[in-house]
Design a protein around this ligand. Structure first.
Ligand SMILES: [Zn+2]
Length: 198
């Protein structure tokens, strides 16, 4: 244990995902030794991320405006909607340059043990969106793990009620138990182009 502010900083850093106690300590001491200007830039970035970034009204992706860049882009096919868990999954799929439709970010996956049910995710917004717009295909691109599969299965059941809607799922080949964002581009491109109706 260190004194006061140093320990507070280590504690705060240690709460970040993927930062263990050792890393938290290393980052804290790095920051202690950093130039004032570097700290000011970091502070500024942290502040702006809370003040300036919102979630897109339509798809739930992180955005600087009410509607995100992808939803505003008239060249993107509004009839194809790719459903993902997190904004970082949008980035992963965008990197493949394979998909020219729009997205819908759920904000997580069903996980009853952690208290995450359908109401905690942006599922209702997805159904409204499909009902109001002329969506012809929904691509389920939830993570290839237990929660992601459960979420896809749940959505498949709900989406059956929409006549004329094709629901597809990414082709297998993605490493099971993983996170979409960790799949390499080639694997993800193949999974996307080989998607099958469910
Ligand atoms: Zn959007």
């Amino acid at each position: 244990m260190y004194e006061g502010p140093v320990q507070d900083l280590i504690d705060e850093l240690g709460r970040l995902p993927g930062v263990g106690p050792k890393s938290a300590q290393r980052i804290a001491f790095h920051l202690l030794a950093a130039e004032a200007a570097d700290i000011a830039r970091l502070q500024d970035a942290l502040q702006k991320v809370k003040e300036g970034v919102v979630f897109c009204d339509i798809c739930g992706n992180v955005s600087e405006q009410e509607t995100c860049r992808i939803c505003r882009d008239a060249r993107r096919d509004p009839q194809k909607v790719c459903v993902v868990e997190e904004p970082k999954d949008v980035l992963a799929i965008e990197r493949t340059r394979e998909f020219k439709g729009r997205y819908h970010v759920l904000g997580g996956a069903l996980d009853p043990l952690s208290g995450i049910g359908p109401d905690q995710l942006r599922i209702r917004q997805l159904l409204t969106r499909i009902g109001e717009q002329d969506v012809t295909e929904v691509i389920l691109a939830t993570d290839p793990n237990t929660e992601g599969e459960a979420t896809a299965t749940y959505l498949i059941r709900l989406l059956r009620d929409f006549p004329g809607l094709t629901v597809t799922r990414l082709a297998s080949g993605l490493p099971m138990g993983g996170d979409l964002e960790f799949a390499d581009e080639l694997t993800l491109t193949r999974a996307l182009s080989g998607r099958r109706a469910v």
